[in-house]
Design a protein around this ligand. Structure first.
Ligand code: PLP
Length: 359
């Protein structure tokens, strides 16, 4: 029996995608082999990677002056790759610290240049998105970094900082493909695939062309965007199977009606959970108002023993990986694109029952 998996990542994939992958496991088309076994230099595989890139460009409406790169190393490698490639004029960058991932991006970049903290929400365990004072933005920064959706704390940006000519860089690991975004507002978007795109091992970078080609001298070859852009993500062996699964996920999104429909579904799906949390006598959401994420929903009972009991009983009911991050405690329901509406319904039903038995 398949469970409802509320893991923050790796996370659920659409059942249709897994079934299609299973059907094609032993033989992709008439190739006589699994995609996993294909040479990345083969005609068959070139057709796959080309169609996945075209699919991503279509689904996200990526303008022509952006490159799409299929890399490895996770979002965490981007924390270094971005400054190595972008901090090349004034050796400065601006950061908004909205959680652990944003902070890691900041700390890693600080090894390569001067990093300026514009605002932080650390004072309240990152439970909100701080107001940004534009007068603090450095017009000479080489880039301005945000974490669009804060996976651990369950907050998200609703309004993008207006950075003028300074390229806006966004970590979208936990929200990419969950709603339409205007790619032209960003210099660079990056995401590890394992939340909304496919299996772990693939990292997607969408980068404006003028930001490529000025990496610092010391940049390792594999960390230079230009190497990957010039070689169509085939400088070395790309994560071939992960790219193929992303293609299936994109097909699933296109079939439902694209990101506009995806966003509708995600809103409709998060609503019953938040509205239950707001009316519950036992459970409480840790984030209020407009900063609430549609993808990650942290909540607590306020009693550690009850939290642990809830996590363990939920697991027995087929609702797994709902324990919160160790820095927040309590619970967190990650409800990415592939979590069906019924999964959230089941969770709310279970919470209601747990509340009745424990209040
Ligand atoms: C999961 C996550 C990361 C870390 O990704 P890796 O692929 O494990 O390096 C970074 N940023 C955000 C926002 C995440 O959700």
């Amino acid at each position: 029996m398949r469970v409802y998996n509320f893991s923050a990542g790796p996370a659920m994939l659409p059942e249709e995608v897994l079934k299609r992958a299973a059907d094609e496991m032993l033989e992709y088309g008439t190739s006589g082999q699994s995609v996993m076994e294909m040479s990345h230099r083969s005609k068959e595989y070139q057709a796959i990677i080309d169609s996945v890139e075209a699919g991503l460009r279509e689904v996200m409406s990526i303008p022509d002056n952006y490159k799409v790169l299929f890399l490895q190393g996770g979002a965490s490698s981007q924390f270094a790759m971005i400054p190595l490639n972008l901090m090349n004029k004034n050796h400065k960058a601006d950061f908004v610290i909205t959680g652990q991932w944003a902070n890691k991006a900041y700390q890693e970049a600080s090894r390569y240049g001067k990093c300026n903290v514009i605002a932080s929400s650390k004072d309240k365990t990152f439970s909100y998105i701080p107001e940004l004072d534009k007068s603090k933005f450095d017009p000479e920064a080489d880039y301005f970094h945000i974490c669009y959706n804060n996976t651990i704390y369950g907050t998200r940006f609703n309004e993008l900082p207006e950075t003028g000519d300074v390229p806006l860089v966004a970590d979208m690991s936990s929200c990419i493909l969950s709603e339409p975004v205007d790619v032209s507002k960003f210099g660079l978007i990056y995401a590890g695939a394992q939340k909304n795109m496919g299996p772990a091992g693939l990292t997607v970078v969408i980068i404006r062309e003028d930001l490529i080609g000025n990496a610092m001298e010391m940049t390792p070859t594999m960390f230079n965007y230009k190497i990957h852009a010039d070689n169509g993500s085939m400088y070395n062996t790309p994560p071939t199977y992960g790219i193929y699964i992303l293609g299936l996920v994109l097909g699933w999104i296109k079939e439902m009606g694209g990101l506009t429909e995806m966003e509708k579904r995600n809103k409709r799906k998060a609503e019953p959970l938040y509205s239950f949390l707001d009316s519950s006598k036992l459970f409480k959401a840790t984030v209020q108002g407009k900063d609430r994420s549609l993808m990650n929903v942290p909540f607590v009972t306020g009693n550690e023993e009850l939290d642990a009991k809830f996590v363990s009983e939920a697991k027995k009911a087929g609702l797994i990986n709902i324990k919160g991050h160790r820095t927040v405690g309590g619970m967190r329901a990650s409800i990415y694109n592939a979590m069906p509406y019924e999964g959230v319904e089941k969770l709310v039903e279970f919470m209601r029952k747990f509340e009745a038995e424990n209040v």
